[in-house]
Design a binder for this molecule. Structure first.
Ligand SMILES: [Zn+2]
Length: 387
């Protein structure tokens, strides 16, 4: 049994001051107030020095970071995010990949997940696409998945992904989508569908909801609305997500509020509540230079023309930004960064909160989410590990 003492334990219901947590066999064995849990004198004890000890972050939507992409080097990329407190991540594939690249990437991620120590941090894969609306940031020119939705294109990819596929994000307005959804659901009955890179109206989404749509891919980003009457505001995926209380909203929360304006973040929070927001990084690799005046910004990619070119977030920074842009406290932010995403992908019995029996995936952070220590299944993750 290993113990953690002097911890502010971040529980689902609030913070337990002066907490103690016991781990055994990579799982949480017990936790409680210091006055309730006796630590044997010969036990191995870590001193959290008064830091917050919460569940490791769960990032369900992340492409790459720290100079590498998951589909190319999942081990190195996972290490980058583990250093920042993400103990479960879904390497995310994107829509302009060819079928062959999808297959190679899936094999690579599967191999790392199954054969390496760091693979414990890979929860499965999330696929943005392949069936999105090329109008919305889906690399329209090079997109190999335009036109008809053909079994000979998707079956091999779905088969290769199998139960590793946790989320498929699609545009519900794509015609002939149903056979793909059925096929993906057959390959993994627990799979979740997300509305993403889309301009679907509420009817189009509603019609497909029974397949298992319960998530909106980066709410307020890469979405559109088709205006039918001039001068009116039409409804698209964002509005649908706001009105359907079953839907979780993914949120890219950057420091400048470029992906989602802080006023909009507060609006989403007000409507969806902390229970239905999922913080994601959607982090990517890009080498453009930030425009003059924004060189200090470290969580956003810019292209050389000064335009937005994706996120460079890690979950610790996303959490800090959420506290900056809203009046959320640390315990609430942990719900959006660990519990809710674990629920979305059906892993809430294993990860996402501090509960007896769950994996001992834990992080020590200060009051602004600076990560001090990362524990993956009971083992301290050495940030300097050479991969
Ligand atoms: Zn993405």
């Amino acid at each position: 049994m290993h113990y953690i003492k002097n911890a502010k334990l971040v529980l689902e219901t609030g913070i337990l001051w002066d907490g103690v947590l016991a781990m055994d066999g990579g799982r949480i064995a017990a936790y409680g107030a210091a006055s309730e849990i006796e630590i044997p004198t010969d036990a191995e004890v870590m001193d959290a020095k008064g830091l917050y000890v919460g569940p490791g972050f769960v990032d369900i939507h992340v492409h790459g970071g720290g100079d590498s992409l998951f589909i190319e080097d999942a081990q190195k990329t996972a290490g980058h995010f583990l250093n920042h407190g993400t103990t479960t991540m879904l390497p995310t594939f994107y829509t302009d990949l060819s079928k062959e690249r999808f297959l190679e990437g899936i094999e690579h991620v599967k191999h790392v997940k199954e054969t390496t120590e760091i693979g414990k941090a890979i929860g499965g894969i999330y696929t943005e696409g392949p069936y999105m609306n090329p109008k919305y940031g889906a690399n329209a020119d090079q997109n190999k998945w335009r036109g008809d939705i053909l079994p000979e294109m998707y079956e091999e990819v779905v088969d290769a992904a199998g139960t590793l596929a946790k989320v498929w994000a699609v545009a519900p307005e794509r015609e002939g989508l149903q056979p793909f959804l059925s096929y993906a659901k057959k390959a993994n009955p627990d799979v979740v569908f997300a509305v993403g890179h889309s301009e679907a109206n509420p009817d189009q989404i509603q019609k497909l909801k029974r397949y298992g749509f319960c998530l909106q891919t980066h709410c307020m980003n890469a979405t559109g609305r088709i205006e039918t009457w001039a001068g009116t505001r039409a409804c698209g995926p964002d509005e649908y997500c706001m009105t359907d209380s079953d839907m979780y909203a993914e949120l890219i929360c950057d420091s400048l509020g470029i992906h989602v304006n802080p006023a909009m973040i507060r609006m989403i929070l007000k409507i969806k509540s902390v229970d239905k927001i999922v913080l994601i990084t959607d982090s990517f690799v890009s080498h453009g230079q930030a425009p003059e005046g924004l060189r200090h910004v470290t969580d956003i990619h810019f292209d050389n023309g000064g335009g937005l070119c994706g996120s460079k977030l890690t979950m610790d920074v996303a959490c800090r930004n959420m506290m900056t842009h809203t009046n959320c406290g640390i315990a609430q932010v942990f719900l959006m960064a660990a519990r809710n995403p674990a629920r979305v992908i059906g892993m809430e019995d294993e990860i996402g909160t501090i509960e007896v029996g769950k994996k001992a995936n834990l992080i020590f952070v200060d009051d602004m989410f600076h990560v001090d220590t990362v524990i993956l299944e009971g083992q301290i993750w050495n940030k300097q590990s050479v991969l």
